[in-house]
Structures are given as C-alpha cells and as structure tokens.
Design a binder for this molecule. Structure first.
Ligand SMILES: Nc1ncnc2c1ncn2[C@@H]1O[C@H](COP(=O)(O)OP(=O)(O)OP(=O)(O)O)[C@@H](O)[C@H]1O
Ligand SMILES: [Mg+2]
Length: 491
C-alpha cells in the first residue's frame, strides 16, 4: 500500500525537550547513523516553550523526545498531558536519569498512563558519545513513528465515519414542533445514552423507523451496525437461520457458514420491526437470547455470546395480541423496558404545515425546481385532512404536489393531491376498486403496474397487517414485501 511505503521512507521529524547542552549533544550523536531518516527539527529547553511551539505547528513533529526532569516548572506527566492534548497522535519518548530506580515499575506505569509510549534511563555522564544504546533508541523512534502513522489513519477513518453518521442523521432528522415530537426527541437522547431495550409503538407511517435510526446513530454503538429486520417479511421457516445463522453442514444445503443477523448486529443495534408478526416459536428463541445474551447457532453445540441492543417496533396493540395469546407475555416485558410512542399526525396537527414545508423543500431540491407556495386556504385543507397514513402519506402528498408541477398550491391542487392519496394505510374513500382508467391509451406494462398497485392498496386497506395481506394474496410475506417496494408502496 502506498501510504505504508511512504511511511517507510519519510523523514521522521523530532522535537527534543532537553535543557542540558551535554545531553542534547549525546542525543544528536546517538541519532547520527540514521541522519537521513530521523531529523531533530527543534530543540527547546523547557516545557512551556515546547507546548507553545507545538500549538503553533501542530503537525510539524512525529515524535517528541523529552528529558523527564527539566527546568521551568512544566515537566513530567503534566508536560506529556499538555502535549497529547494538542496532538493525540504525537508519540512521546521519555529519557530519565539513572537515579530513577531502573526497576521502578510504578514510575514506568505512570509515564505510560500519562501518554508516553517508551522510556529509557540515560547512560551515566562518563559515556560522552551516546545517551542510550543507539540501536534500541533508534528502533524506539522508528516504532513511535509507525504508531504515529497508524494513529493518524485511525483518526482519519474515524472522522470519515463520523461524517457518514452525520449524513445519516441529516437524512433521518425528526421534523416537528409539537409537544409530542419534542418529548420524543428527549426520549431518544435518553435511550441513546444507555443500552436498554426499547419498544416503539405507533400507527403506520408515524416515524417509528426514523426513531430507531436516531437512537442507534446517537448512541455509543453508532460505529457498529444498525440492522433492521422486518419480522413480517421473514418466512417463518427461515426466521431462525436468518436471526441466528448456521454452521457449514448444519443441514442439507448448508454449504457454507451463515452469519445470523444477531452476529451482524454484534456491538450494534438490531431493529425488530413489526415485532407482532414474529411467529410463536421464534418468540421463544428471541426471549432466550435476550435473557442469556447468547445465541444458539444451528449446527453448533456451544453458544455464541453477542452484545446486541434491541429496539422493537409495532403498529399493533401488543397488549391485545397478548390477550389473544398471539404474543408471549414474557417477551413483551423483556422488550418493553423503555416504551416510546410515535403519535399519529391527527394528534399533533401543529406538525402538519412544518412537515409539508419540509418535504416540499426536499423534493423541490431533488427535482431542481423552485419551492412552490402554499396558499393559506390550501394549508387549511391539509390541516383538516385526517391523515390516516400519517407522515408517510403526507410525504407522498408533497411528492404528488411537486410532480403535478404547480408553482402555487391552492385548495384545488391540495384536494387533488389528497384525494388520490395512494398511501397503503389510507382508509378514506370507497370500498370499490376503481381502476381510474386514464383517457389515453398507455402501454400494457404501465397499465399492469397501475392495476397491481391499486389492487395491492385495496387488499392492504382491508387487512389488519402486511402479513395478513400477503396471506390473502397467496404470497410469501417476503415476496409481498418486495412487490410493495417495487410498486413504491413502501419505504
Ligand atoms: N417526524 C418526522 N420527520 C421527518 N420525516 C418523518 C417523520 N416521521 C416520519 N417521517 C418519514 O415518513 C416516512 C414513514 O416513516 P417511518 O418509516 O419511520 O414510519 P413507521 O412508523 O416505521 O411506519 P410503518 O409502521 O408503516 O413501518 C419515512 O419516509 C420517514 O422518513
Ligand atoms: Mg416502519
């Protein structure tokens, strides 16, 4: 790799903190054999000067060599701290007098804890040429430099990761000014500060998934995976192998070892969406994993420890599901440690204009178009709409408004966009399927897509859950889910 090559050949820049001319000379002599690789850039005689110099040129030095006892007050561990504060990737080597007991491990430990990475005791004064055994000293500097390069690379990739996380959070910003959104934001902060299981309830399209993303990417687990699983879209016979994985040869057809979602989410967060759809046997297994912190991989005798934070979401009333004996009570209590609720839009109407403005702005930007104006009458129409599909429906309406291309949104445009609302959860309107044949003839493929879309919406509207809709359509839940995605009805 290119950077490693240059790390092998670059000139290593040193800062020497030493107040005795005699010792400066000895250090120079000791380094002389590698003069083309190692250069003393500056020599300072006290700690304060060193700190000032480093603050002015934070990138100028790779390794600091410092005498432990120097004049001027700022020395020893305090000096190490100050230098590391300015540049955490700076590598510090300490030279001490022989008078410091060479087997004083406590002293060495203190130095390392302060942030030095190496220390040596200088030769007695009657050895004039060298300060320390030259080969060891040079090797120490070389190692220090390697550490410096690695540390800088680590910082760079961490910065990149942080930037990515900021991008995710920017896309998943929870918009709203209502009291309930404000409370939700506070609860997200609290959840992000610990590892407790969270259960998010709320109707379809209220923002449960966005809440889960926010908890993960604001928590200490943010550098590890956030793994969303839709429990309704996993075929029941595959759930166990998806969640827990299997070993090679565990059953016929297991040609290779498969990582389960729990392992992929190790040290991160597993988001169990539509948790009410998890079949009973899988509920038992999930409960066991939560209790033990260990998974049983298929085809493996010993258990595997995992450290996974669980966030579950449901748009069904789990208490009712429990009463109907469809959901295990013990699992419910394990999941519902911190209950969060995403309120329906109809209960937080102050958010409607804010969300509408937000999505109009976003979609205008995407389509490179000016943001349309919404008349106050149109605003009133939006405010009065029941929004059965919640924020997802509102987002679709905003999209439709922009798609229609009007620069001014009057109640006419507003009602048109609302009326043709094709949200999966829209429950207003007639029970008949109206295919709404367009006036012009369009290609069969396009027409077929329109018909599929309408029919899927119709069936979903008359089913309690995605799982039920899939069943009534005679589709495997995973296929149903995929087709909804293809038709743009989900996500
Ligand atoms: N407060 C909000 N601010 C901005 N966008 C939101 C907000 N709430 C929801 N959304 C957006 O609305 C859409 C639906 O939200 P989300 O997928 O989180 O809902 P959900 O509660 O998980 O729905 P479902 O139960 O159907 O899965 C997403 O595109 C999401 O980004
Ligand atoms: Mg969701």
């Amino acid at each position: 790799m290119a950077h490693n090559d240059s790390a092998m050949t670059a000139v290593i820049s040193l800062l020497l903190i030493e107040d005795e001319e005699f010792d400066v000379r000895r250090v120079r002599n000791t380094l002389a054999p590698l003069g083309d690789r190692i250069r003393i850039r500056d020599v300072v005689s006290n700690g304060r000067l060193a700190v000032d110099l480093l603050a002015k040129n934070p990138d100028a030095y790779d390794v600091v060599i410092m005498d432990f006892q120097i004049a001027g007050g700022l020395m020893g561990e305090r000096l190490i701290h100050e230098l590391k504060k300015i540049d955490p990737s700076l590598q510090i080597m300490v030279i001490t007098k022989m008078t410091v007991n060479i087997s004083d491990y406590q002293f060495a430990t203190t130095l390392l804890q302060a942030g030095a990475f190496w220390y040596c005791t200088k030769y007695p004064g009657d050895i004039e040429d060298y300060i320390y055994q030259p080969t060891d000293f040079l090797l120490g500097i070389m190692n220090g430099y390697q550490r410096r390069v690695m540390e800088k690379e680590r910082q760079t990739s961490r910065r990149k990761l942080l930037r990515n996380i900021e991008e995710v959070l920017a896309q998943k910003t929870l918009i709203g000014v209502s009291a309930s959104i404000k409370e939700l934001r506070q609860q997200i902060e609290l959840c992000a500060a610990n590892d407790a299981p969270v259960l998010i309830s709320g109707f379809s399209g209220t923002g449960k998934e966005i809440v889960a993303y926010n908890i993960h990417y604001r928590s200490n687990r943010k550098f590890d995976n956030f793994v969303p699983v839709n429990c309704g879209s996993l075929p029941s016979e595959l759930i166990e192998s998806e969640l827990f994985g299997y070993e090679k040869g565990a059953f016929t057809g297991a040609n290779a070892r498969k990582q389960g979602l729990f392992e992929i989410a190790d040290n991160g967060t597993l988001f169990l969406d539509e948790i009410s759809e998890l079949p009973f046997p899988a509920q038992v297994k999930l409960l066991r994993v939560i209790q033990d912190g260990e998974i049983e991989k298929i085809g493996r005798t010993s258990k595997v420890r995992v450290n996974v934070r669980i966030i579950a979401a449901t748009n069904k009333d789990l208490e009712e599901e429990m009463k109907q004996k469809r959901f295990r009570e013990d699992l419910y209590y394990r999941l519902n440690v911190v209950p969060l609720h995403a309120a329906p839009l109809s209960e937080r109407r102050d958010d409607i204009p804010i969300l509408m403005e937000h999505f109009l702005k976003i979609f205008s930007l995407e389509m490179s178009r000016p943001v349309p104006d919404v008349t106050s009458e149109a605003g009133t129409a939006f405010a009065a709409h029941p929004w059965p599909g919640n924020v997802r429906e509102l987002k679709n309406v905003a999209y439709r408004l922009l798609y229609a291309g009007d620069q001014l949104i009057t109640p006419v445009e507003a009602r048109k966009a609302l009326g043709t609302s094709e949200s999966l959860s829209a429950s207003s309107g007639t029970d008949m399927i109206n295919f709404g044949m367009p006036g012009e003839i369009i290609p069969w493929r396009q027409m077929e897509k329109k018909m599929r879309e309408k029919y899927f919406i119709y069936v979903r509207k008359h089913s309690a859950s995605d799982a039920e809709a899939a069943k009534r359509l005679g589709l495997a839940p995973s296929n149903y889910h995929r087709m909804c995605k293809e038709l743009g009805l989900k996500g």
